[in-house]
Design a binder for this molecule. Sequence first.
Ligand code: TTP
Length: 665
Amino acid sequence: MPVARPEPSDSRVIAHIDMDCFYVQVEQRKQPTLRGHPTAVVQYNSWKGGGLIAVGYEARKFGVKRSMRGDEAKKVCPDIQLVQVPVARGKADLGVYRNAGSEVVSILSRKGRCERASIDEVYLDLTEAAETMLAESPPERLDGISEEALKSHVLGLHLDGASTRDCVRAWFLMSDADHRDRLLACGAIIVAELRHEVLKETEFTCSAGIAHNKMLAKLASGMNKPAQQTVVPLSSVEKLLESLPVKKMKQLGGKLGTSLQVDLGVNTVGDLLQFSEEKLQERYGINTGTWLWNIARGICGEEVEDRLLPKSHGSGKTFPGPQALKTISSVQKWLNELCEELSERLLCDLEENKRIARTLTLHASAYKLNDSESLKKFPSKSCPLRYGIAKIQEDALKLFHAGLREYIGIYHVRSKECKHEWAITGLSVSASKIVGIPSGTHSIMKYFHNLNQTSTTTSNDICTQDAAPLSPSGLHLADPQMDTYEDEARTRHETPSLYTVADETEVCKGLKSGSESGLVSELTQSKMDFLGAGLKSEKQKKKFEKEKGNPSILRFFHSPDAFSFPEHGRVKTCQESGASSSGDLLQENKQPIAGTSISTCSLGRNDIRNDAWSYKSDEIDPTVLNELPPEIQAEVRAWLHPEKRAKSVKRGSSIVHYFSSRADL
Ligand code: TTP
């Protein structure tokens, strides 16, 4: 499917706001004595004074760079203050920065659609606000234009001997200018005001780009830093791109950019203009070809999403050099730490934002000892996410094993031989496919609280599938606790290849054995856990115990007679090496269940039964429902009696919904 061509005459007003040396500002706010001093934030790792991850502008003047280690920075700037990044569980704890970012987002979102793009970056769609301003109080009718707005850098502005400030003022006031320029001028005034509010309320400075699309706005925000803003009128776009090195363009920093340089001899974005769309499509595929053709012309139709919260949560750590993990037990130890943190963040998200995540993914980077291969890719794996620390830990370890088996297989090394011959240099777990809980089911929320620390799951089943790389570009910070705010998350790693590990696979491929039972039983177990977990008070706990011992609804949920379960107990990886062409295609199959739907993994093969997950509502003792809290009774009743369901509960708001593995329910 070719991508839709966006309107070349884009008249949207898009801003990209980027916090200046963000971690340093956060630390300076914590310790005001650091203000005005050359400062940098370092990783907690003590080797050569730790790695610098953020450098303040005062320190940059001395030549301090992010690539330096603390000791090196001290040499070029003896007065530099090195602040350690907070540490928890033996790894960087970025919570303080994340929260500071949220403060800023809440201010920036006041004037239009706001997309939190990373821990310190935001896109705003200010089209409506700019249109309104232009209609009601255009710049020439304002009492004055703020100093901050007048300090804007307007690309392509002819100075004609006058001072920059006067020229900018004239540009703002030009009432007969092109409508799109007029809108940008309004956008720039609004952004200057927002930046001022951010400074006033949080003490943070930020820089901004204002343009007609996201791509240009992002490019512009980095052009004049710190605490400045840059405007990109349409007329300046061609010149801007003409000299812009391809590698500077978002998404061209990696392999694609290198291919453009090496294979097509393209050095600047403008150089792409010489190639027809067909030619670019021939070389890079329809979508990428069209995308390249568009960016060469400054065209980008990408919308600003209405999203203040991250798209996924992640916790990771790198193990460079001698720290590489070489045993399963050391991997497990770290996975447990990472999963614990992930679980905490998930519960926080649930509590604060009423959202749950549905997919757990494990990424790792590795190398093989005694292997001359330089490109070692550890496949990323994912599976449905089950809440509860122990479950996440258990599943993450299984995902790791699945990945390791495949990793070893890829290099055709028999497992015995490769014992102790692999080394893990990066591990991360992430939770994605986050969905909000519809208002009708908020009563269920409290049952997620304090989810059991020890797993009650008896099933060994886990259905893994190849996971899409989180960050194809791969970035560079050890121990990221990444939140993914956009598809190409700015996940920072010292190990650039950490996430460039697997192709996206929509379905689990090459299933060797097993059935869908794992998923179904997970759903059931989840339901049990979900109903039983987080019982805070003793009274609740007793009630739960009682329910477990009585003909209660919980017991019913667990009863093999009440549900038609396929057998379970086998560990399944949907991606087993060498079996992809067997026809054992595991696919997600949405199965209708009495008025609602639940997604399970089912096998496409005809000879394997296609078990439906069902219940016998007439076998339930209706009195057991009375044991449940009133606010949840109605929902469970509706769930058990679907014929009445339509009237009482909205489709999609069922408990089942939350335990399904489908993204599109
Ligand atoms: P950036 O926005 O890339 O940089 P910055 O905010 O420090 O400085 P600038 O003013 O040039 O935008 O990164 C935002 C924060 O993310 C940064 O303060 C620290 C963190 N970070 C890392 O931890 N590791 C990295 O490799 C990078 C690039 C950033």
